[in-house]
Design a binder for this molecule. Structure first.
Ligand SMILES: [Fe+2]
Ligand SMILES: [Fe+2]
Length: 446
């Protein structure tokens, strides 16, 4: 069956994905993406014969949707759907845009059905377009890559195994209890299309829309920051960190997280953090609180250093699934699987093209499992080979792991952490020694 070529133009990648998912569920299409008007023109020129419809946001850097629509009116003459948060029909009713019957307007936030009916209306007017492809009444097809990318819970995902016969993937592989692993398993088997029940699909799209529209709204950023902290703080109380300290650092860190969310790709990572387990959140937040307390008592610049350390704490294990994460708390060097061994390398790559100060985060994450005596991984660095900030981070991370593990057994886990390492020469040399002594002063007999 011939398919329709649709160009989606929006500066937010997530919104382009959402639009594609909604359309793909009902329309067989070939999708093209562009992040602004200028990019869109390039894509249109390269694919002149293949694209039959443009869907574009209005407010974008470099060239707006309205400007793009005017170029389209003159050069490409394609049906054009402008999607905007402002009601342009009221604010600019005489704009040229509204004089062409090939142009359509859709107000944001749009409902799934508004988008579909607009595109179908256009589709029915273009002879060469194929009709909607057949689909089951109950199930909606979706690209597996989108579920992997946006962490859809895998227990309600289906495979088509015969005419109108569907099977839940979680029932096919009951041994894979982690959603991400289950989806990864099928992605590796080259499965491209899976199915969701209609209600689940609507719920998934709605959930995504709510998350992404929130990234521009301060209240929602605050909520997201709070949801990262939203785990049982009993674990923190048990380890002899005063409630006043917890409140103090929670406030500072929430502010830092909101500040960091100005960066869209970081926001996206934070959204997936909010869905992690309590243990996972306790691990990253405790690492961050311990490091923040050490930083506050050094001559390091507090704010920029805190930003660096907060990012490193929150994202250093970003590629570990919940089941791989167990190795973070109970590491077993002898049975370390490749994926776990590589996680510092994989996570650090996220920052490799970044400008300073995030560039420093790359090295901290890469080195977060090194040990001062050279027994760590992935590069068996000795204390003298590590960046100073890595030493500070590794120490805070080690303390956090020790505390969360020992909190169940021991009344005062930080005490036993220092007892364990006090005679270790490697913990007392260079940068390690500097931060170890400081931590000893700050946390022992707290
Ligand atoms: Fe970790
Ligand atoms: Fe780790």
């Amino acid at each position: 069956m011939k398919s329709i070529g649709i160009l989606i133009v929006d500066d937010q990648e997530e919104l382009r994905d959402i639009i594609q998912m909604i359309l793909e569920a009902e329309i067989q299409g070939e999708f093209y993406h562009a992040a602004n008007g200028l990019e869109a023109i390039e894509v249109l020129k390269k694919n002149e014969q293949k694209i039959q419809l443009v869907l574009s946001d209005n407010r974008m850097p470099k060239m707006s949707g309205l400007e793009l629509s005017q170029i389209n009116d003159r050069e490409f003459k394609l049906p054009f759907v402008l999607i905007s948060g402002e009601d342009l029909k009221t604010s600019q009713p005489n704009h040229l845009f509204f004089q062409s019957d090939k142009n359509f307007f859709l107000e944001k936030p749009f409902k799934e059905n508004d988008l579909l009916s607009t595109v179908k209306k256009i589709q029915s007017g273009i002879d060469s377009l194929p009709p909607s492809h057949g689909r089951s009444e109950e199930y909606i097809s979706i690209k597996l890559q989108y579920l992997v990318k946006y962490y859809m819970h895998a227990k309600d995902v289906y495979l088509l195994i015969g005419k109108d016969k569907f099977v839940k993937i979680s029932e096919e592989h009951p041994e894979l209890t982690d959603s991400k692993e289950l989806l990864d398993h099928y992605a590796q088997k080259n499965i491209q299309t899976v199915y969701l029940k209609k209600d689940q699909f609507k719920f998934f799209i709605c959930d995504l829309q709510n998350h992404f529209k929130s990234l521009t709204n301060l209240n929602d950023k605050v909520q997201l920051a709070e949801s990262i902290f939203n785990f049982s703080i009993d674990a923190l109380k048990k380890i002899n960190i005063h409630q006043t300290d917890i409140n103090h650092y929670t406030d500072i860190l929430e502010q830092t997280i909101i500040e960091l969310m100005k960066d869209k790709s970081i926001s996206r990572e934070f959204i997936s953090l909010s869905k992690k387990s309590d243990d996972y959140k306790a691990h990253i937040i405790l690492t961050c609180i311990l490091a923040a307390k050490i930083i506050e008592n050094t001559s390091l610049m507090f704010k920029p250093t805190l930003k660096t350390i907060t990012l490193a704490s929150l994202l250093h294990d970003k590629d570990l699934s919940e089941s791989d994460f167990k190795q973070e708390l109970f590491p077993n060097q002898n049975q370390m699987i490749r994926k776990y061994f590589d996680h510092p390398i994989v996570a650090s790559k996220f920052f490799e093209n970044d400008q300073t100060p995030f560039r420093e985060v790359e090295r901290i994450i890469l080195e977060h499992h090194e040990k001062p005596d050279g027994s760590g991984f992935p590069h068996k660095l000795k204390a003298s080979q590590m960046a100073p900030m890595s030493a500070l981070f590794i120490l805070s991370h080690d303390m956090a792991i020790h505390c969360l593990y020992e909190a169940q057994l021991n009344q005062n886990p930080l005490e036993s952490f220092f007892d364990k390492h006090l005679d270790n020469e490697h913990y007392k040399t260079g940068n390690f020694g500097k931060y170890f002594n400081l931590a000893l002063e700050l946390f022992k007999n707290n």
